[in-house]
Design a protein around this ligand. Structure first.
Ligand SMILES: NC(=O)c1ccc[n+]([C@@H]2O[C@H](COP(=O)([O-])OP(=O)(O)OC[C@H]3O[C@@H](n4cnc5c(N)ncnc54)[C@H](OP(=O)(O)O)[C@@H]3O)[C@@H](O)[C@H]2O)c1
Length: 302
């Protein structure tokens, strides 16, 4: 109930306890704001920005809302819009697999984490997946579980391994959101012939002669098109490459209480020989239904 008064005096305080559902569109509005005027539609009496502290919640919020704010606050950036960033999420088993050996990954995590996944999509301007994920899952990469805009769908496929899948891939045929086929510039003409120029982002130097992907080139090419907040959604090979090449600011690892055994691996890359040289990023842990979400701040890794 809102406190109200007919006599003159200080403004009435809003004593309602507000929910995560009420907070979500506010967080989304701030995260997607690009210009100061974009924030005019965000009810900023609910959040306060100061240069010293950053964003702070105002008023009374329930425990779920406070946790939602805590988790997403690092993605809100400075007011009105900070620099771009790159976040990844992997849903994995206790033994570090993101799918069974046959590629079955629906669903490792519970519905609470699926909701989180769709919130991450809505917060970002583009969602990136590897070609192996498109081939295995034929994903839609939309935000159908939450209120919020669909991101641009980006298929990271330097050598057009998906050429035979375009007719059946949902992302090329459902008309729900823009889709970009991200390839090395050497395959530009082939890609344009198959998908059309408006669906191809061909990047010079994406694939080195030794076949190593240069992911910083991909990030730069997307950000220079205005897609500044990027979400790498999998699979394990793609997220591992972004991590190993230090192209991630944050990583969400959603660990489910399941043991897969000989499944497709999550994080795998050539690491340091000595434990003392392995990164130990700052992290926070959140309970999400049956899963635990590890939020890793990779900017704090040495
Ligand atoms: N649990 C999760 O969070 C999650 C998220 C997304 C996906 N997944 C699962 O992860 C698996 C895919 O991930 P991933 O790590 O294997 O790959 P990925 O990261 O999606 O894609 C990159 C890898 O796929 C290979 N690839 C390219 N085209 C392919 C094709 N047509 N068929 C098969 N592989 C192809 C690439 O080989 P080259 O480098 O040689 O081109 C590269 O090794 C699927 O089973 C999917 O269900 C799980």
């Amino acid at each position: 109930m809102n406190a109200s008064s007919t006599s003159a005096g200080p403004p009435a305080l809003n004593t309602d306890v507000r929910s995560a559902e009420a907070l979500w569109p506010i967080l989304l509005g701030i995260a997607r704001a690009r210009r100061p005027e974009d924030l005019s539609t965000v009810p900023l009496d609910t959040l306060n920005w100061t240069t010293d502290i950053g964003w702070q919640l105002q008023g009374r919020w329930d425990a779920q809302a406070l946790e939602l704010f805590d988790l997403f606050e690092p993605l809100l950036g400075s007011r009105p819009a900070g620099p771009g960033w790159v976040i990844a999420q992997l849903g994995q088993s206790l033994d570090g697999c993101v799918a069974t050996r046959t590629g079955d990954s629906s669903f490792i995590n519970g519905p609470e984490n699926l909701l989180h996944l769709h919130r991450l999509r809505a917060m970002c301007e583009a969602v990136i997946v590897g070609a192996g994920t498109v081939a295995a899952d034929n994903p839609r990469l939309t935000t159908r579980r939450v209120a919020g805009p669909h991101p641009t769908r980006v298929l990271l496929d330097p050598q057009l391994r998906l050429a035979g899948c375009l007719e059946t891939a949902h992302v090329f045929n459902d008309g729900q959101a823009p889709t970009l086929w991200l390839c090395d510039a050497r395959w530009r003409d082939d890609a344009v012939a198959q998908a059309g120029a408006d669906r191809v982002l061909a990047v010079s130097g994406l694939l080195r002669d030794d076949a190593t992907l240069q992911l910083a080139h991909a990030v730069k090419a997307l950000q220079s098109r205005g897609l500044t907040r990027l979400f790498v959604e999998g699979g394990g090979v793609t997220v591992s490459r972004f991590l190993a090449q230090r192209c991630l600011d944050r990583l969400h690892l959603a660990v489910a209480p399941i043991i897969i055994g000989d499944g497709r691996p999550g994080l795998r890359f050539e690491g340091p020989a000595r434990l003392v040289d392995c990164p130990r990023p700052n992290c926070r842990v959140y309970r999400m239904g049956p899963d635990h979400l590890w939020d890793l701040d990779l900017r704090t890794s040495t």
